[in-house]
Design a binder for this molecule. Sequence first.
Ligand SMILES: *Cc1c(COP(=O)(O)O)cnc(C)c1O
Length: 357
Amino acid sequence: MKKRILDLQPYKPGKSPEDIKREYNIDKVIKLASNENPYGCSPHVETTVLSSLHDTATYPDGYATELRKKVSDHLHVDENQLLFGSGLDEVIQIISRVLLCEGDNIITANETFPQYKHHAIIEGAQVREIPLDNGSFDLDGMFQAIDDRTKIVWICNPNNPSGTYLNEETLVRFLEKVPPEIVVVLDEAYYEYVTADDYPNSIPLLAHFNHLIVLRTFSKAYGLAAFRIGYAVGNAQLIEKINIARLPFNTSTFAQQAALAALEDQDFVKECVRKNAECLRDFQQTLQRLNVEYYPSQANFIFVRMASPMELFNFFLKKGYIVRPFPNGVRITIGTKEQNKEVLAALEDYVKGHVFN
Ligand SMILES: *Cc1c(COP(=O)(O)O)cnc(C)c1O
């Protein structure tokens, strides 16, 4: 066995709403811990997937032909620039598996999506975690950490868990400096939610930077987390090599159908994004009024900074809200308008309780 595996922990899912209901004897629990879409997915997804349920005995289309065509039209890229995975989780695994050898290194931030590090360790690569600078990726620090064994730079934009983003100018300056043999992976899992004008328009950048790979998923704004489907977009030659490590039937017929239907209903996504932006604005205004520190977010979650995050986590839990604790705060998924109101009222109770105790 690879000895380094013993240093790692398997992914530990948070407590389920059912666990919490039993434990605290409450009947309403809202999970705001995994940045799932509180509005579900487009209604077209259900009809489309149900109509393909008769076809269970045949293997899925390993090339995801129909979906590939649709996504390539949607993004204005060539079909051979795409690689589909069973969620971005799998895409991250495949990229790591292909690009990393023992003794190589990756560069990323210290508080970001944990799978970049996890797979680097499995492949025997060293992980250089550059501290976030006020919640944002420190690209200068990351550039300085590059050496001749660096193979991948992982950037999450907007970043999970901080919700902050890098603008196009900052990103382009970085891409221009990074040597072309080092792959820069831009994880845009929350791309659809961003409202900032200077957020990078990353797909056109692929024409200028052959070492750039952009990741997108159907799990967040499209509301298809249960189906497991996401993709990478990059230079065709690079994608072709990475594709070698992909399992032949890694995305199911139903996931492909669901993604197709979801992509066709852009109005649904737009509406989710609009509601999210509204709730996010209310959330940030309340935090300002209560004098609670947070990172300004462009995603469907917000990182509230707290000296004792477990205390706030447990406070929320008793009230039936599952949020995600981190060493320096909690990450709260933006729910529906009604959920948001309730969560903000609870947060206000918590903060006021602290002032007067
Ligand atoms: C949720 C998330 C993913 C994984 O998404 P799946 O497509 O569901 O595997 C990847 N990166 C980031 C930053 C995420 O937050």
